[in-house]
Design a protein around this ligand. Structure first.
Ligand SMILES: C[S@@+](CC[C@H](N)C(=O)[O-])C[C@H]1O[C@@H](n2cnc3c(N)ncnc32)[C@H](O)[C@@H]1O
Length: 276
């Protein structure tokens, strides 16, 4: 078991560690989700795509496969480590006009009408004002443009129980995903903020981890920092033990941990003046 000091310093670095972490863990959950998102968004050859909160670029690469040489992908992320890694992966494909920039996902700085599609893979619920972000994305889209984003429909039960166990040691946790908690609230939110033709589908995704240590490393390198940072340093060993008790329920007959998450994919188009 790792000493608490090491756990702490890893937590402190969580997001920049995570840029390298995906390779270290040999798990790319975002690629599986991103590939479905790209498919649900109905990307076509030659289209120009923006992904907000692109992380290390897995979804950008899935999008590039579809838009091809005549199209382009642009990613933004506010973590320099992510921008560096995703940028290197995109440029290695020699995709003209494609790149990754350091920018805020809620108001990425591009000319109006620059994109056919704005993608957000498992990140829109992290924004402080998603309504303002959606209104801004509408300005970046061309006629017939659309936004497509993924959210969690139902977390794996053991995963949720393990995070709840950690949360008991972390005061003032903001747990809920606001308008993204359910299908009807997503529809209502999009319509209220200028979108129509909302299509929502769901898929179930399975992720396997070697053991509880592997799972926890993955959690803090992939967005769990917000939660883990709230746990006082002296309570970290207890929080970790409580989480490990819960995550054990996901143990498969093969001995690894298998987590099953339902992901919701939403695609919508800004209302055009003619349609309003
Ligand atoms: C769960 S990861 C998404 C992974 C990525 N979309 C993919 O498909 O591989 C969330 C990403 O969003 C970024 N992020 C979160 N809030 C952001 C914001 N306000 N502006 C820019 N990036 C943000 C994080 O740095 C992180 O890389």
């Amino acid at each position: 078991m790792r000493p608490p000091e090491e756990l702490e310093s890893s937590i402190a670095e969580a997001f920049d560690l995570s840029a390298r972490g995906h390779d270290r863990f040999a798990i790319d959950r975002f690629l599986a989700m991103g590939s479905v998102l790209v498919q649900r968004a109905g990307l076509r050859e030659g289209e120009h795509v923006l992904e907000v909160g692109c992380g290390r670029g897995s979804t950008l690469l899935a999008a590039l496969d579809v838009v091809g040489e005549r199209g382009s992908v642009m990613g933004v992320d506010h973590r320099p480590g992510m921008v560096q890694l995703a940028g290197a992966r995109v440029r290695a494909r020699h995709a003209a006009g494609s790149d990754v920039r350091l920018d805020e996902a809620d108001k990425p700085d591009f000319q109006p009408g620059s994109f056919d599609v704005v993608l957000a893979n498992l990140m829109i619920f992290q924004l402080t004002d998603p309504a303002a972000a959606l209104r801004h994305y509408a300005t970046l889209l061309r006629p017939e443009g659309r936004v497509a984003f993924s959210t969690v429909a139902a977390p794996d039960r053991s995963f949720a129980a393990a995070l709840a166990a950690i949360a008991r040691f972390a005061p003032k946790l903001s747990a809920q995903r606001g308008p993204f908690r359910g299908e009807s609230t997503i529809r209502e939110f999009l319509v209220d903020h200028g979108y129509e033709h909302v299509e929502i589908t769901e898929d179930v995704l399975e992720t396997r981890f070697r053991d509880a240590e592997h799972w926890l490393e993955w959690v803090w390198a992939n967005g769990g920092r917000e939660l883990l940072d709230r746990v006082p340093a002296e309570a970290l060993p207890l929080a970790r033990a409580a989480a490990f008790d819960e995550i054990e329920a996901a143990r498969s007959p093969e001995g690894d941990l298998v987590l099953t998450t339902a992901i919701r994919f939403t695609v919508a188009a800004p209302k055009t003046p003619a349609r309003v």
